[in-house]
Design a protein around this ligand. Structure first.
Ligand SMILES: *[C@@H]1O[C@H](CO)[C@@H](O)[C@H](O)[C@H]1NC(C)=O
Ligand SMILES: *[C@@H]1O[C@H](CO)[C@@H](O)[C@H](O)[C@H]1NC(C)=O
Length: 290
C-alpha cells in the first residue's frame, strides 16, 4: 500500500521536468470550451475550476479549443464520491473524423465504499480494444490528483501523480498502429451503467444524483495544429524545440521504470495483453510496452 511513497520522493525531486509551474493560474476559458450539457457545467473560482454534473437528464463535458499534435497534457481531477456505480468520468485525447485516434483515462465508479477502477485505452487508426485497468493506491473521490498523458513521436505514457501507469511505444516501424492525428483534449461525465461497473450489473442509483466531478489545471503543454484534419506527419509537432519531445522523454528513466513495474505487479487488475479469451495470440504491441 505505502510502497509508492518511496517512489514518490525522486519524482518530487525532479518534478521541475514536468513543467507544471503555471498550473492553476490559467482560466478555463483561455484553452477550453463547454461541448456538452452546458447547464450541467459550473465555473468555480473565476474559471480556475470546473464542476461537471450528471443527472437523469444529461451528463456534461468540455473540450480544448485547439487541436494538438504532441504534448504533455494534464488535468487535476476529483471524481464523484459516495455511490458512483455506473458513472464514468473520462479524460482523453481524441481526433475527429474517420479512423480516429484516441487516448483515454476512464474512471469507473463503484458502490459506496468499494474502490474505483481506472481504465485506460488507446485507439489508433480507428481500432481500440486495448483496455487496461488498475486499482488506485488512493481514493480518487477524496481529493484532486494529477492525471497526465505524454504523447511524443517515441511514446505515449499515462501518469497518475507522476507515476507512470501505462506505456505505449511508437513501434510503427514494425507495424504497430500509433496515434498520429491531431487530437483535442476532452473531459466528460456520463452514464456508463450498461458496462462500466461489474460488467454492467451495478446500475446507476439516481437517488445519489446529481453526480459531480471537479477539474482544475487548464494550462496546456502541447503543440497546436491549425486544423483538426492535419496529420502531424509534417513533423511540425515532432521538433525537439518542444520540451516533451526531448530525449529524456523518449523512454522512462530507471526510477520511473521501477515505479512502473511496481504498478504492473501490484495494481494492474486487467490487461488485454493477457486476456487469452479475447486474444489467443497477444497483439503485436504487447511485447514492447513493459
Ligand atoms: C513513429 O516513429 C516513426 C519512426 O519509427 C516515425 O517515422 C513516425 O513519425 C512516428 N510517429 C509519430 C506520430 O510521431
Ligand atoms: C439507492 O440508494 C438508496 C440510498 O442508499 C437505497 O435506499 C436504494 O435501495 C438504492 N437503490 C437501488 C436500486 O440500489
Amino acid at each position: 500500500m505505502s510502497c509508492l511513497i518511496f517512489f514518490l520522493v525522486p519524482f518530487l525531486v525532479c518534478g521541475g521536468a514536468f513543467g507544471s509551474g503555471r498550473n492553476g493560474k490559467i482560466g478555463f476559458d483561455e484553452n477550453y470550451k463547454v461541448i456538452w450539457g452546458g447547464d450541467h457545467v459550473v465555473s468555480l473560482n473565476q474559471g480556475k475550476g470546473i464542476q461537471l454534473s450528471m443527472d437523469k437528464v444529461s451528463g456534461s463535458g468540455f473540450g480544448s479549443k485547439m487541436n494538438y499534435g504532441s504534448g504533455f497534457f494534464h488535468l487535476k481531477i476529483k471524481v464523484p464520491d459516495r455511490d458512483s456505480a455506473g458513472v464514468v468520468t473520462a479524460y482523453y485525447l481524441t481526433s475527429q473524423g474517420e479512423r480516429h485516434d484516441e487516448v483515454d483515462f476512464e474512471f469507473l465508479g463503484n458502490r459506496e465504499g468499494k474502490p474505483y477502477t481506472l481504465q485506460t485505452n488507446i485507439f489508433a487508426e480507428g481500432k481500440g480494444n486495448k483496455e487496461q485497468r488498475i486499482r488506485l493506491w488512493f481514493d480518487p473521490s477524496a481529493d484532486f490528483h494529477d492525471y497526465r498523458i505524454l504523447w511524443n513521436p517515441h511514446q505515449l505514457v499515462f501518469y497518475v501523480d507522476n507515476i507512470p501507469i501505462r506505456v505505449y511505444k511508437n513501434k510503427s516501424n514494425v507495424g504497430v498502429a500509433y496515434p498520429t492525428k491531431a487530437m483535442q483534449i476532452e473531459a466528460t461525465l456520463w452514464d456508463g451503467d450498461s458496462w462500466a461497473t461489474d460488467g454492467g450489473k451495478a446500475k446507476t442509483n439516481w437517488t445519489f444524483a446529481p453526480f459531480k466531478a471537479y477539474l482544475q489545471g487548464f494550462d496546456i503543454n502541447g503543440c497546436h495544429l491549425q486544423s483538426s484534419t492535419t496529420h502531424n506527419n509534417n513533423f511540425a509537432c515532432a521538433s525537439d524545440k518542444f520540451w516533451w519531445n526531448k530525449q529524456q522523454f523518449w523512454q522512462l528513466s530507471p526510477t520511473q521504470q521501477v515505479a512502473y513495474h511496481n504498478v504492473k505487479t501490484k495494481y494492474l487488475t486487467y490487461d488485454y495483453c493477457s486476456d487469452k479469451t479475447r486474444f489467443p495470440v497477444p497483439p503485436l504491441e504487447c511485447s514492447y510496452n513493459y
